[in-house]
Ligand binder design. Sequence first.
Ligand SMILES: Cc1cc2nc3c(=O)[nH]c(=O)nc-3n(C[C@H](O)[C@H](O)[C@H](O)COP(=O)(O)OP(=O)(O)OC[C@H]3O[C@@H](n4cnc5c(N)ncnc54)[C@H](O)[C@@H]3O)c2cc1C
Length: 294
Amino acid sequence: MRSDHSTGKAVTTRWYRLCSLKAGTGCCSLFTLTAVQELPSLYDALPEPPVLLGLGTNLVGSDKTEQKSVLRLAASGDFAQIRPVGKGCFEIGCAWPLSRLLTRMAGQGWGGLSALAGIPGTLGGALAMNAGAMGRQISQFVNHIRGWDWSTGQEWQWEKSTGGWGYRQSPLPATVLALYATVQFQQAEPHTERELLQAEWLRRRSVTPGGASAGSVFCNPEHAPPAGLLLEQAGCKGLSAGVFAVSQQHANWIVNCSRQPGRAQDCMALVEEMRTRVQKRFAIDLRCEWRWAD
Ligand SMILES: Cc1cc2nc3c(=O)[nH]c(=O)nc-3n(C[C@H](O)[C@H](O)[C@H](O)COP(=O)(O)OP(=O)(O)OC[C@H]3O[C@@H](n4cnc5c(N)ncnc54)[C@H](O)[C@@H]3O)c2cc1C
């Protein structure tokens, strides 16, 4: 693998530095894309598709010594643009941290997405995960996505009429890097919209367990009680492996209270133990919400 192409040198780092949960002791080669024009040369240079990274708030790293390539969008320049394309409609670079974006838009008199305030991570990550809260998902506000497909080395586009969204499911194939998304906002009074954002942040703060984490571990199953309740009744609160433990506050939440680096392997073992307990007690297969580097 060349490391001196136009995208700049790959930086060797450890996975735990890239994931909010601090999971993954192995090394990886981190590339930061600063412009769309760099994609063809990077595509030629990488032997296999890279792991796509936003802010790592829903991702567990790897312990392996094999050094995978990881690609993220630069937080300034091309992928931090906000371009008006219609009334209340903006084409936005996918490097934008979602919460910061909502604050910026509120200041300019655009709102309607306050239910998503406080979800950590980038717009790109939100699109890949169909991030949501309080009965709203990012998919409800997206009209168009432009990306790059690592399986073909070609541009990739998504239109609203194509659909493909579901609960924590996205039409973005795993090989597609989302670059820009067209998002629909509603006109809003800046002060009122900021208050809505603030109220949502405060609500979140009151229900989010302390410590490093990666959000809810499992999706809520259909036609069944919420995953948190099933996990609690299956006796998962307090289970631990390495630096990771199931929160005493919320059984669908793994925390790393020490904020020290931990092994992805421990995390995986804990997740499997939780899944197995619910399967044995309720015969329900929980689907993990997180993405894994391996
Ligand atoms: C404290 C806390 C609270 C959370 N609360 C919520 C919540 O309320 N609702 C919710 O839905 N989630 C929640 N999450 C999970 C997480 O924040 C979201 O899923 C977020 O959208 C992930 O964004 P990210 O940039 O961190 O993505 P990452 O974690 O970096 O990546 C997640 C996935 O997205 C892919 N990806 C990232 N960027 C791109 C891109 N540009 N193009 C293509 N694929 C990409 C990655 O390959 C990976 O598969 C929470 C997490 C934490 C830590």
